[in-house]
Design a protein around this ligand. Structure first.
Ligand code: ZN
Length: 279
């Protein structure tokens, strides 16, 4: 008999991302050592999935293989830590396709992000996910046996994902991460979240998060609507108005408490693997 996961919610922690700097929050983990230690602390606090970006020696976003390799190695060096490893494939602009794919084959993460379309980010640059690249990425994820986290920034991207599912570029059942409130993407409101949910294909699992000050309202709405949640400094560096987070684990602890006060539970990494069909 299949276990009942109705009340279990996956907490993903996104510790670093590509854009925040130590000026935004001096506690932001940047080096492989800092990211790995932060992931370990977050796992202890109740996170089941770690969404990972890496930076270069100057703290700039990069897709350099050696930085991923070192970060993943240091996380796995904690033998008790079974957190689900989710690597970005979109960690820096203007990167050759190969650098966005190589780590999937060589580091065998459980999961990786698939940004299902391009976007004018922060009124400044293009998050470039051209159709030819997405096809390559989708097939590579299947070949490398990596679970796809389909990140969508607007409703249209959900329908592109449905197209890729029909075409075989993406494998069912799909898991969606609904990214809300990024510039160029769908505004982070509960109404918009409900509209996005109505557009998801049958059998999909999903999580959602809002960027910046919308992070807590969207987290509460996702909890109420049956979705998984994501916290961390990639999305928001402030614990509350005027208060910088001292660590990513602080966000995880708070999210876990919020789940529990709603009669829900944080899924363990093993439960997250079951829910997502990993392994
Ligand atoms: Zn990311």
């Amino acid at each position: 008999m299949k276990a009942d996961y109705t009340n279990k919610r996956i907490i993903t922690v996104a510790t670093t991302g590509a854009w925040p700097t130590k000026e935004h929050n001096p506690n932001l983990p940047l080096t492989p050592e800092e990211v790995a230690e932060e992931v370990y602390r977050c796992w202890k606090a109740g996170a089941a999935v770690a969404h990972i970006h890496v930076r270069d020696e100057e703290g700039r976003p990069t897709m350099r293989f050696d930085r991923f390799e070192e970060t993943v190695r240091l996380i796995r060096a904690h033998e008790d830590c079974d957190i689900v490893i989710n690597l970005t494939t979109a960690g820096a602009p203007n990167v050759p396709d190969e650098d966005r794919i190589r780590h999937l084959y060589e580091l065998h993460p459980d999961m990786a992000s698939f940004d299902c379309g391009s976007l004018n980010m922060q009124h400044a640059f293009i998050a470039d996910n051209a159709p030819a690249f997405l096809e390559k990425l989708g097939y590579a994820m299947q070949e490398a046996n990596v679970k796809t986290e389909i990140e969508v920034f607007d409703i249209g991207m959900i329908h592109d994902a449905i197209y890729y599912l029909k075409k075989g570029v993406l494998k069912a059942p799909p898991h969606f991460q609904l990214v809300m409130g990024a510039t160029g993407g769908i505004p982070a409101t509960v109404e918009n979240l409900c509209i996005m949910l109505r557009n998801l294909p049958e059998g999909a699992t999903w999580g959602a998060f809002g960027v910046g000050r919308q992070s807590v309202p969207i987290m509460l709405a996702a909890m109420a609507l049956g979705g998984h949640i994501r916290v961390g400094m990639e999305d928001n560096v402030m614990l509350e108005k005027g208060v910088l987070a001292t660590s990513n684990a602080q966000f995880v602890e708070r999210a876990k408490k919020m789940l529990e006060s709603a009669g829900l539970q944080a899924a363990t990494p093993a439960e997250a693997r079951e829910i997502l069909g990993i392994g």
